[in-house]
Design a binder for this molecule. Structure first.
Ligand SMILES: NC(=O)C1=CN([C@@H]2O[C@H](COP(=O)(O)OP(=O)(O)OC[C@H]3O[C@@H](n4cnc5c(N)ncnc54)[C@H](OP(=O)(O)O)[C@@H]3O)[C@@H](O)[C@H]2O)[C@@H](O)CC1
Ligand SMILES: Nc1ncnc2c1ncn2[C@@H]1O[C@H](COP(=O)(O)OP(=O)(O)O)[C@@H](O)[C@H]1O
Ligand SMILES: [Mg+2]
Length: 281
């Protein structure tokens, strides 16, 4: 049975911030990706992570992206993705790792992915998106065993990872592979589906105004921000998927296209309106 992802999920997940808290309360997140050509992808993912309230964000990327990253997002820290010695302790110390947006599929990318899989540990959430999914499939890598893994494929990436042709992708077939992978799988489409703990959830929002490069990179950063802050990781993933499309639907009432960074910019107000105490009291 497919369950619908609706607005109800928001107030269950987006909690009121306790007064006695600091940036560490809201999670340390690292985002790994952005080669020379795809810097925008990791910047968009990082923007979503910061705007969704992650406490401390570090972006590990090609050094050619450093200036534009800080131009968009002075809140993010930067580490050169060629310098694994510096990156390694930061990756190990993170609550959430997002890997793949704009990572590319060259040797640096593969080496970063395998090293990240090696250091990933218990109590970490690992979000695998974009090029990291393509690398995972093409190199027959195994997912790390101890971290909670969340995969965010579009339909072609899911074909690569699962072996199920796009035309044959359906809840029964997808569920079987999701069970084997022991991961939360977000299969993105115009009606995104989430496979988690033996259940299937279908999103009820989303608009073709979202069909723009970077929209999935933004979702990966948003899932990162939500899982960094909120306890129940399945619920946080569902709430992130819903939030991403609900903001787009709202903007699309007055815009022909919705740009990924506009979703991130709308997050603080959207989360304010849809937080716990707003409807629970
Ligand atoms: N500004 C930046 O830096 C940006 C950087 N980006 C980064 O680029 C990297 C590569 O990611 P990618 O998704 O662009 O390429 P890939 O994995 O080859 O998939 C495309 C192939 O699959 C096919 N396809 C079929 N169904 C599909 C579906 N439902 N959804 C999507 N595709 C579908 C599709 O068919 P076609 O469109 O040709 O008909 C095509 O043949 C990755 O790291 C990403 O983060 C982008 O985010 C853009 C902005
Ligand atoms: N027609 C559509 N209706 C609803 N959502 C869409 C539509 N087209 C794309 N999206 C959303 O946009 C995102 C695209 O992700 P992805 O293909 O990974 O983009 P990118 O890698 O360029 O960032 C997904 O979240 C998907 O659900
Ligand atoms: Mg993508």
């Amino acid at each position: 049975m497919m369950k619908e992802i609706t607005k109800n999920i928001l107030t269950k997940v987006i909690r009121k911030r306790p007064a006695d808290s600091f940036k560490g309360t809201y999670g340390k997140i690292v985002l790994i990706g952005g080669n020379r050509n795809f810097g925008g992808a990791i910047i968009m993912a990082s923007l979503a992570a910061v705007c969704s309230g992650a406490g401390l964000v570090t972006t590990i990327t090609d050094p050619t992206n450093q200036t534009s990253l800080h131009d968009w997002l002075p809140e993010a820290m930067f580490v050169d993705y060629n310098d694994f010695e510096t990156a390694s302790p930061i990756i190990k110390g993170a609550d959430v790792i997002v890997i793949g947006p704009g990572l590319g599929t060259d040797n640096i990318a593969l080496s970063l992915l395998t090293k990240t899989f090696e250091v990933a540990h218990t109590n970490q959430t690992l979000i695998i998106d974009g090029s990291a999914l393509t690398l995972l499939a093409h190199n027959h890598l195994s997912l790390p065993k101890s971290s909670l893994n969340i995969l965010t494929p579009h339909q072609m990436e899911w074909q690569r990872v699962s072996g199920i042709e796009i035309a044959d992708q359906n809840p029964t077939a997808n569920q079987r592979i999701a069970d084997q992978l022991k991961a939360i799988i977000v299969v993105k489409s115009h009606r995104t589906e989430v496979y988690a703990n033996g259940k299937v959830y279908q999103n009820t929002g989303g608009t073709p105004a979202q069909a723009t490069g970077g929209m999935g990179d933004t979702l990966a950063g948003l899932i990162g921000g939500f899982t960094a802050q909120f306890e129940n990781k399945t619920a946080a993933t569902l709430a992130a998927v819903y939030t991403h499309s609900a903001i787009a639907d709202k903007l699309a009432k007055k815009q022909y296209v919705v740009l990924p960074h506009q979703i991130s910019e709308a997050l603080p107000k959207f989360m304010f309106k849809n937080q716990e105490s707003k409807n629970d009291n």
